[in-house]
Design a protein around this ligand. Structure first.
Ligand SMILES: *[C@@H]1O[C@H](CO)[C@@H](O)[C@H](O)[C@H]1NC(C)=O
Ligand SMILES: *[C@@H]1O[C@H](CO)[C@@H](O)[C@H](O)[C@H]1NC(C)=O
Length: 209
């Protein structure tokens, strides 16, 4: 880790702590600081309108980020994925988005590769949120968890929504710090229950648990 990277962490903490103190935020916000504090680049990327970062960027704009992760890191570049909750600023009408950013470490430039939104569903999370590249999904699918909003969405490599999920009835009835999807199988100790309803002569509904 070189000098400017170390500086990045301090810059991040000072910016976010100042924001939190002035906004009087919930414990979730402090937890988020701890997590993103390990991402050495974020403090130096242009993540807000202040434009005080060391990196030049035309189209990268994020704030209140969550679940930031580094991929494919080399001495020259890396890819950064994060849940962008700039909508939390209230000056930004949202929506909350998933962001994939290419960071050129040599020329200190960053640009957006993907910005994920569901055009049919304008979500503005109050807290939390997650971003996962799905392993072995053929094309690179991505899963967003919307934090304080009990929803998840899977996007294909072109940014189209291919799966929508909701696990709470109302907007604030449940929340998830992070949502992950993995291949899973299990064998229960009991036999599956199956209910068969021959609804018409050519159609049968099966319900199983
Ligand atoms: C990392 O690199 C591999 C190989 O080039 C590529 O398939 C994959 O999409 C990259 N991952 C990200 C997050 O960019
Ligand atoms: C079975 O199908 C019939 C005909 O569609 C329907 O009226 C009935 O409600 C169904 N029963 C259940 C338990 O789903």
């Amino acid at each position: 880790m070189d000098i400017w990277s170390t500086f990045g962490i301090f810059a991040l903490f000072s910016i976010l702590t100042r924001t939190a103190l002035s906004a009087g935020n919930s414990p979730w916000v402090y937890l988020r600081f701890t997590v993103v504090g390990y991402i050495r680049l974020l403090g130096n990327l242009k993540g807000d309108d202040d434009n005080h970062g060391d990196f030049k960027s035309e189209n990268v704009n994020f704030a209140w980020q969550h679940d930031a992760r580094i991929h494919n890191e080399t001495d020259e570049s890396l890819v950064l994925s994060l849940y962008n909750n700039a909508a939390m600023d209230h000056s930004d009408p949202g929506p909350s988005t998933g962001l994939v950013i290419h960071v050129d470490l040599v020329n200190k430039k960053a640009w957006r590769i993907q910005e994920l939104t569901d055009p049919t569903d304008h979500i503005v999370s109050a807290t939390q949120g997650s971003f996962q590249f799905l392993p072995n999904s053929g094309t690179e699918h991505m899963l967003l968890g919307y934090g304080s909003i009990p929803k998840l969405k899977e996007y294909d490599g072109d940014g189209n929504v291919v799966l929508r999920g909701q696990f709470g009835k109302d907007t604030f009835s449940a929340n998830a710090y992070r949502i992950f999807k993995f291949p899973w199988s299990a064998t229960p100790h009991w036999d599956p229950a199956l209910f068969v309803n021959h609804t018409t002569s050519h159609m049968t509904d099966l319900y199983m648990s």
